[in-house]
Design a binder for this molecule. Sequence first.
Ligand SMILES: Cc1ncc(COP(=O)(O)O)c(C=O)c1O
Length: 441
Amino acid sequence: MDTKAIKEMDRAHVIYSWAAQGTVDPIIMDRAEGIYQWDTDGKRYIDFCSGLLNINIGHGNRHVLDAMKAQAEKLCYVGTMFGSEPKARLAKMISEVTPGDLDYSFFTNGGAEAIENAIKAVRMFTGRHKIYSRWRSYHGATAGAITLTGDPRRWAAEPGIPGAVKFFGPYPYRDPFGGKTEEETNQKALDALKTQVMLDGPKTIAAIFLEPIVGTNGIIIPGKTFMQGVRQICDENGILLVADETMAGWGRAGKWFGIEHFDVVPDIITTAKGLTSGYVQLGAMIWNKKLWDYFQDHPFVGGLTYGGHALGCATGIANIEVYRKEGLIENSAENGAYMLNKLEALKENHPCVGDVRGKGLWAAIEFTSDRATKAPLAGFNNSIQNVAPDFVKKLAELGLTLFAKWDFVFIAPPLIITKEQIDDAVGIIDEALYVVDKKIT
Ligand SMILES: Cc1ncc(COP(=O)(O)O)c(C=O)c1O
């Protein structure tokens, strides 16, 4: 079928996420291999945000495809009341790479469902109902997960589930508390959270949910002061700490899990995306021993038809094998540092680049209309200037796809990327940034 016919059918019948349907005009993708994807007209694009920041091992990995094929021919699915070798092996392999005693997995279809089940688990475990999460956060689109989400995607779902409370995390580039240094920013955010918890009643709070590194709200990286301080608030008050590693996990930030950067061990990890690199959908809620022990004689009231899907779990196993065999976590740390330097150098020629930050093969550029005052260019949830769509369009013309919104450009290539491929990609970004520079005047 030619591109025009597919597109016509698509726009006649397909509903797209987060969009006014009349404005959607998708590139029709046909196939993908490694860090590249091709559209139906044969044009090649560098996939510089790994699908939706999930194709961590790259497209078309032969080892994973073979494992999937073998599992599909043997057993695709079995009811959740039964055990299966892929489910048991994947849970064990996850326990080998998670920090501390996070050794027990409940499988879901994706990140939001992992959050929903974590909300239930922390409430059942503590007997408390309040859940804390950050203003600048995204936790998924289902009822509980979107209520925990701090960004505008929550607004349409309000009032949401009861008991959700928001707090400010550290944001060094735009500190709401006016901190001048990174350390000050962290301390001020921590002090504010301590006060909020005290006023709110520490014994009414079941858990604090946070992305160890904030993802789609701008790749905001906290410091150890804040993260270890949050752990301490939790320990002192019987509050559970839940790390949402949907995006930060599986090597994206240069370690198996983002939380490892802060020497903090959470009580629960929720994850998805890089667990299977999107070859098939799978997520997980991972408990520590304290939760595991509690639920030995208290029922965990939660379940999904597709929990522990055999094909999904076999795909997860093969992914972990690839991460290990190909040294992808190490590659993310090493080539991530290389990529960050190259991105920082873009500041020289582009006044629109306000801030560049990242960890591993995961970075953001934040635009500004004035580097001295840090004035936003598009602005929060705003499109005074049509920055992101025009920039993304120019990149696509030049053969690169990534995800951008408001003043943020999200950069997250597959972890297999080489330094030469990073050079190519950053060269394209360099060229496209002139489109954004022009908007400052
Ligand atoms: C941090 C975080 N949590 C949860 C989710 C939701 O995951 P899913 O879309 O698989 O439900 C996402 C998705 O981007 C995410 O980035």
